[in-house]
Write a protein that binds this ligand. Structure first.
Ligand SMILES: [Mg+2]
Length: 287
């Protein structure tokens, strides 16, 4: 039997995927601009969680503002920005093998590296750069990957993503990469931490049943699949089987969520009021 989805009234903050949920191609999804504004008005904390490894948070915030969203780059969590926290936690000193465009979001290159941070470096995956990374790893370094996708559809058709290069380094140095982007547990936990909420009080809203929804549920968050973007027939049944909520779009989910959240606030207010009465100092009867 499928597990029950976590009740929405128990959720206090949201992580929202960007591509396929907020926008598709060159335009915002229907109602998504208003949905984000509604969350803000209702004072529901959220972060935008995206797996982009070629665009900085500044560039993505600029793009989203172009679609009409009100969003600050500090509200965006990317694998590169999460890598800073993960590497700090592990005390790792990274050598960077990432696209130069991404450098502003990455931790700084360490003078004596004992780790490699690899992202989609595109044409910068030269022999020299791969070999430098290999030498850090063969000397005992740890490999951290911003993503491990095999390929993506770029402006020139299908293009190699970071995955094949991560696999080459894993093979050569006989190591296994620590994955930082979705669906890695650390990524969801770092984003929940950015909301200063426990993972079980956070829901991830995404259009990718595997990476967004199942990944979040495995990390202890609630999962919400929206039927936009890359959603395909069959994803709904799979999401429900895993205990996720399913909504037609971000707009329809936000509608449902804001109502659940309002009922929670009303319940909490009533509970506090009743506690105030019961905890009022007792008047002892005079003997
Ligand atoms: Mg997406």
């Amino acid at each position: 039997m499928a597990p029950e989805p976590k009740p929405l009234r128990d959720i206090e903050g949201l992580l929202i995927d960007a591509g396929g949920v907020l926008y598709q191609g060159d335009e915002a999804m229907d109602g998504s601009v208003e949905a984000l504004a509604r969350l803000r008005k209702a004072r529901i904390p959220f972060r935008l969680l995206t797996n982009t490894t070629r665009t900085t948070r500044t560039a993505l915030a600029h793009k989203l503002r172009g679609f009409g969203f009100t969003v600050d780059e500090g509200e965006i969590v990317t694998p590169a920005s999460a890598a800073i926290a993960v590497l700090r936690r592990d005390g790792a000193r990274p050598h960077l093998l990432v696209h130069p465009d991404l450098l502003p979001d990455c931790p700084p290159e360490a003078p004596a590296p004992d780790a490699v941070l690899i992202g989609d470096a595109g044409k910068h995956f030269t022999f020299e750069n791969m070999n430098r990374a290999f030498n850090v790893l063969i000397g005992g370094g740890k490999l951290y990957a911003l993503g491990k996708n095999r390929f993506f559809r770029g402006s020139q058709g299908l293009e190699l993503d970071a995955g094949p290069f991560v696999a080459a380094l894993e093979y050569a140095a006989e190591v296994e990469a620590v994955l930082i982007g979705k669906p890695a547990r650390d990524f969801f936990l770092a984003a929940a931490d950015a909301l200063t909420l426990a993972p079980q009080k956070v829901a991830m809203v995404g259009d990718d049943v595997e990476s967004d929804v199942e990944g979040a549920i495995a990390a202890g968050l609630a999962g919400v699949l929206v039927k936009t973007g890359k959603f395909r027939d069959g994803d709904e049944a799979r999401a429900k089987k895993g205990g996720a909520h399913v909504a037609a779009s971000l707009a329809s989910f936000v509608e449902e969520f804001v109502q659940a959240s309002a009922s929670r606030s009303a319940f909490a207010a009533a509970f506090t009021a009743s506690r105030d009465t019961s905890s009022a100092p007792c008047r002892l009867k005079k003997p």
